[in-house]
Design a binder for this molecule. Sequence first.
Ligand SMILES: [Cu+2]
Length: 113
Amino acid sequence: MKHGLIGLAAVCATFAFTLHAQAADDMAGMQMKPAASTSAPKPVEAEVRKVDAANGKVTLKHGPIENLGMPAMTMRFPVKDKASLARLKEGSRVRATFDKVNGVATVTSIEPE
Ligand SMILES: [Cu+2]
């Protein structure tokens, strides 16, 4: 059992270092999970239902988000890069990437299809 814990700690340390190298502010949203249950965020097809630029939020009808364990649904998300909202049109198709930021499901990238 001791051996397994040491292995997990090493994986987490590597993960933390990688995140840190990317952007220091990403660290706030990091959650320690066993390596086996994490999956890297992948672009998900979605339709823009509503753009709320004033609050930095977007309502998306999205397909299944594997890395968050979320089935297809329509819901509102905060957007990490608020400037990206200016490029979105209600009713248009997009490819969006989602991740947890401070424990909240957040759009980390969104591009018109
Ligand atoms: Cu959802």
